[in-house]
Write a protein that binds this ligand. Structure first.
Ligand code: ARG
Length: 464
């Protein structure tokens, strides 16, 4: 590298060059080069605005824009070397611009600071990422709806404490996740509105002496608004923290689904067979089929939570306005987005190709006295207070356990010994089918209710 390449754009007041390791330590270019496209798009809009305002000549504008476009081309064709000595993506591009078009390239940074520039680049990046996440969450929801539509009558055990509780239908279980992801998509849509505000024009911290037109830049770049306080603008990272927070919730939901998929694919459960493409074998045990994708998604949840805490911690205690600490926002943000995007993408396909074992689910749905509540409800309809009914059924369950039989196997006389109001019709009420059909309250598991929800979902344009 020759001396010229090495010269810092901010080197004017320095006598000694920066130490090599310090240079590496302070540089962000190894990761912020990811922002190159946004940096260039932002610079082009800024340059157009400067020209419209009479701050740059049209000839200068054309030279700068042509130069920036050719840099974009160079980067995309692997013909651009990012130098650590130039610290970050912004300086690397600006330096190259000056090399390409001469000193006029140095006019691009008029009325701008890297502080509002980095805020702009990150927002442009975050805006695209948020849009992509919403689309991927919608895809995942579509996969859930697809599977749910096949399984409105598929009876399975419902659990609390991972102990059999009451029978439910599989569609109901899958649509529970649909609801979680629906809130996730909503959260990202709300975040989008706060992300989509133009920071450029805040300058280093206090605004600029030039007569700039921020609304114009906002329109050029598709921002819905312009930030109002320059100090806040260059020192705010809330939007990225919100993204990490909403991403943590997405991962938490995916992780719970993963945990269920892992359990359900075990030979003890046998509720689910994940497609071969999402499982791996063991290097020693020939019979193994491991649900690696689910395990990894569950595991990756940890790094996303960690990124959220990193960002919150970086920001706490920072005085206004920009501080170099804030350069540490990028890796956690990028990693979060890459992780959540990858996890959502792979899950949508995995759900579509998963095979649920309806027979097995039905076979175990009645275990664990899963219709005991239905029996208690029957007694209540006969006039018994619920607490007493609970007590009576509790004794019946103990009786069943002692004799190793199931509730529907208790003969009528024995039943009546527990409570005289029990009639012959009781047997209809304690089958798992009847149990499920009877839970008709709004939002309940009865197939007819689940179908109401499915129809409501299908009436939404995203899921038609
Ligand atoms: N690389 C820097 C960052 O990501 C850009 C802003 C630098 N501003 C400064 N005043 N040193 O934060």
């Amino acid at each position: 590298m020759n001396k010229q390449d090495d010269k810092k754009l901010w080197g004017g007041r320095f006598e000694k060059p920066m130490e090599k390791f310090t240079e590496e330590f302070t540089a962000s270019v190894s990761y912020d080069q990811k922002l190159y496209r946004y940096d260039i798009i932002g610079s082009i809009a800024h340059c157009r605005m400067l020209t419209k305002q009479g701050i740059l000549h049209e000839v200068e504008r054309d030279m700068i824009i042509t130069g920036l476009e050719s840099i974009l081309h160079d980067i995309e064709h692997g013909d651009f070397e990012f130098l650590v000595s130039l610290e970050d993506v912004h300086m690397n591009i600006e330096k190259r611009l000056i090399e390409k078009i001469g000193p006029v390239g140095g006019k691009l940074h008029t009325a701008r600071s890297r502080n509002d520039q980095v805020a702009l680049d990150s927002r442009l990046y975050a805006r695209d990422a948020v849009k992509q996440i919403i689309e991927l969450v919608r895809n995942l929801q579509r996969a859930l709806v697809e599977q749910a539509s096949q399984h409105t009558e598929t009876i399975m055990p419902g659990y609390t404490h991972l102990q059999t509780a009451q029978p439910i239908v599989l569609a109901h279980h899958l649509l529970a996740y649909f609801e979680m992801f629906d809130r996730d998509a909503q959260r990202f849509s709300e975040i989008y509105q706060r992300v989509n505000v133009l920071p450029l024009g805040a300058g280093a911290l206090a605004g600029t002496t030039f007569d700039i037109d921020r609304q114009y830049v906002a329109r050029e770049l598709g921002f819905d608004g312009v930030s109002r306080n320059s100090l806040d603008t260059v020192s705010d990272r809330d939007a990225f923290i919100e993204i990490c927070s909403a991403a943590s919730l997405v991962m938490m939901h995916l992780s719970r689904l993963s945990e269920e998929f892992i359990l359900w694919s075990s030979s003890e459960f046998r509720f689910l067979r994940l497609s071969d493409g999402y499982c791996t074998g063991s290097s020693i045990m020939p019979q193994k089929r491991n649900p690696d994708v689910s395990e990894l998604v569950r595991g990756k949840t940890g790094r996303v939570y960690g990124n959220l805490i990193s960002l919150l911690t970086v920001m706490k205690g920072l005085p206004l306005a920009y501080n170099k600490d804030m350069q540490e926002d990028k890796e956690p943000l990028f990693d979060t987005i890459d992780t959540v995007v990858g996890s959502l993408r792979i899950y949508a396909d995995m759900i579509c190709t998963a095979a649920f074992n309806a027979e097995r689910m039905r076979a175990v749905a009645g275990l664990g006295f899963s219709t005991a509540t239905d029996l208690a409800d029957y007694l209540v309809r006969g006039g018994l207070p619920f607490r007493d009914a609970h007590e009576v059924v509790g004794k019946m369950v103990a009786h069943c356990e002692k004799h190793q039989i199931d509730l529907p196997e208790v003969d009528l006389a024995t039943m009546q010994g527990f409570h005289p109001s029990i009639g012959e019709d009781i047997y209809q009420f304690i089958t798992v089918e009847k149990s499920v059909q009877s839970r008709r309250s709004y939002g309940g598991t009865a197939p007819e209710q689940v179908k109401v929800q499915l129809e409501a979902i299908r009436s939404r344009p995203e899921f038609a």
